[in-house]
Structures are given as C-alpha cells and as structure tokens.
Write a protein that binds this ligand. Structure first.
Ligand code: PBG
Length: 328
C-alpha cells in the first residue's frame, strides 16, 4: 500500500494512546488510596478471624484482631473504615445497638487507642440487632419509622461518646438525618459528622453482607424503606432531603449498577458523594475469578475507577486492601 492509499484523517485519537507516558498524561480520573473506605465486620469473642463463606478473602474479626487489621490498613495507606457489628444478643427492641459497652462501642475505643488517626465511621441501623433483620423496629409486620429514628439517635450518641468520627445511617427511615444531627449537637457532639446512605436501593446485591452479619430479613423484603431500583428522580429527592437535614456526605448504593445516580447527584449537588461497591458486586467478581473466567484484580480496579469517573469522591469497598497494594 502506498502513502497515497492512506486515509486522510486529521483527528487520530489513537495518537494519545500510543505509549504509557502519553496515556498517563491524558488520564482524566485516578483512583487513590485516600478515596477508599474499608467496611470492617466485628464479631464477639477473642482471637477470631473467620472468612465470610460467600465473600472470599473477607473476614469477621473479634475486636483484638480488628485492631490488628486496622493497623495494617493504616500502614497500607487506607485512612478510613466503616464499622459493622454482630452483637452478643439480638432483642426485639434492638437495645444492644445503643449499649455503651456494646460490640461497636468497644471496638471504636480499642481502635482509637491503637490507631488514633484512622477515621472511624459507624453503621447506624438495627438489622443486626433484632431477630427480624430489618433496619427498623418491627410491630405487627410493619417497620416503624418514628420509633426507629428515636433508637437510631441513641445509637448515634453512643457511637459518638465512644469516639466515632462520623456516623453513617444506612436504614432509610424518613427524617433520621435531621433527628440524628440534632441529637448529636444536643449531646455535645457537633464535631461528629453524618454520612447518609441517601439513595439506598432495595437490592439483591446485599446477599453476602447479610450472610456476613447474620442479618437477613426474617420476613418480607426491605422495599417499604429502601428504594425501587427502577427509580432515579426519587433518589434526587432523598439526597436533597438529607442535605437539607444536615448530611455532610451522601451515599449511593449499590455501586456499578447505579452509576447513573452517582452522575446525576454529582452534577446537581455540591457535597461529597460516596458510593458503596457492595458485597454482591464484590462476590460476583471473586467467584468469576475463582472459576478462572475473568481476571478478578483487573475487573475490580476497572470497577473502582468507573465509580470515580461517574463522579464518586469516596468508595466503600471490601477490595480496599488489595486496591491499596496495587496502587502502591
Ligand atoms: C444494613 C446494611 C446493608 C448493607 C450496608 N448496611 C444491607 C441491607 O440493607 O440489607 C449492605 C452492604 C453490602 O452489601 O455490602 N443496614
């Protein structure tokens, strides 16, 4: 083929993809360790490290081992965790949730003592704390709203007293952000922030998490409080309400299947946006990799940068440690 047979193209986008150096120069989004939050499962007992059956390479830790894990996270450059707990006892009133000597409260104190600069967020919802596995109090098969919010306020104050930096309500009750903000302020914790699970969908991607925390709903599903996966405007409304009520950070959950919601949120609101790369997303990749059908590590890294591209500032992921190692 002679020179004259070549196409006469002015714009050749491939010029900017020719070598690693030029690709790096024109890279638009970068994942960094400081974007990541590691969700940490704490369980009763001592010297426990238990792999979650449906989440390969993800573990439940007793407090002593959770502390070791936190040191490791910190050394890897991960600066924030979100704590989830399995209580000693589940009761219909969920009272272990606001026991100042409960599993989360003790974990916060132990971790703060060992790794003082690690930023501690705590999950605020009742699902692991009652036998029903619902995020709120239950009466006659109904998930109560206002009565639940009262308990979530007590839970938040208890976490703040133990030293939590930020509470993260994941329950989706109406009005809880405003009520928690007021409860924290009135109890002298105006420095404690709120990351709200604002647009949280009623999703089947949460299965492995419920396995990890023994918190699967014992009747029905969560669709009277979590959002319909078919909706988008409704997510904007939830986010607007939470910002008005005092949320410092808003979250969209799950991640990959809801990046349009992340994008819309980032375009529309001027607050930090978090996204949760949830258990089911994690486990699907791990399972595919175990079968040898996909390159798990590359799929994970691609998923995380896709979340950044959509507009996420913060990513909650069980893959945080591995990602941090790959980013080093
Ligand atoms: C419950 C809660 C859930 C997750 C975080 N907080 C599960 C649920 O709503 O049933 C899911 C996280 C994940 O799947 O990784 N308050």
């Amino acid at each position: 083929m002679s020179q004259t047979d070549l196409l006469n193209i002015v714009h050749r986008p491939r010029r900017l993809r020719r070598t690693p150096a030029i690709r790096n120069l024109v890279k638009e989004n970068t994942l960094s360790k400081s974007d990541l939050v590691f969700p940490l499962f704490v369980c009763p007992g001592s010297n426990v490290v238990e792999e979650v059956p449906s989440m390969p390479n993800s573990f439940r830790y007793s407090i002593d081992n959770a502390v070791k894990e936190c040191k490791e996270l910190w050394d890897l450059g991960i600066q924030a965790i979100d704590l989830f707990g399995i209580p000693e006892e589940k009761t219909e009133d969920g009272r272990e949730a606001y026991n100042d000597d409960g599993i989360i409260q003790r974990a916060i104190r132990a971790i703060k003592e060992a790794v003082p600069d690690l930023y501690i967020m705590t999950d605020v919802a009742l699902d692991p704390f009652t036998p029903f596995g619902h995020d709120g109090l239950v009466k006659d098969g109904i998930i109560l709203n206002d009565e639940t919010v009262e308990v979530l306020c007590k839970m938040s104050i208890s976490h703040a007293k133990a030293g939590a930096d930020m509470v993260s309500p994941s329950d989706m009750m109406d009005g809880r952000i405003g009520a928690i903000r007021e409860a924290l302020d009135d109890s002298g914790h105006s420095d404690v922030g709120i990351l709200s699970y604002s647009a949280k969908y009623s999703s089947s991607f949460y299965g492995p998490f419920r396995d990890a925390l023994h918190s699967a709903p014992q009747f029905g599903d969560k669709s009277t409080y979590q959002m319909d996966p078919a909706n988008s405007d409704e997510g904007m409304k939830e986010i607007e309400l939470d910002i008005m009520e005092g949320a410092d950070i808003v979250m969209i959950k799950p991640g990959l299947a809801y990046l349009d919601i992340v994008y819309r949120t980032k375009e529309r609101f001027d607050v930090p946006v978090a996204v949760y790369h949830v258990s089911g997303e994690y486990s699907m990749v791990m399972a595919g990799a175990e079968k040898g059908w996909i390159d798990g590590d590359r799929v994970m890294m691609e998923s995380l940068v896709a979340m950044k591209r959509a507009g996420a500032d913060i990513i909650f992921t069980y893959y945080a440690k591995e990602a941090a190692k790959r980013l080093s």
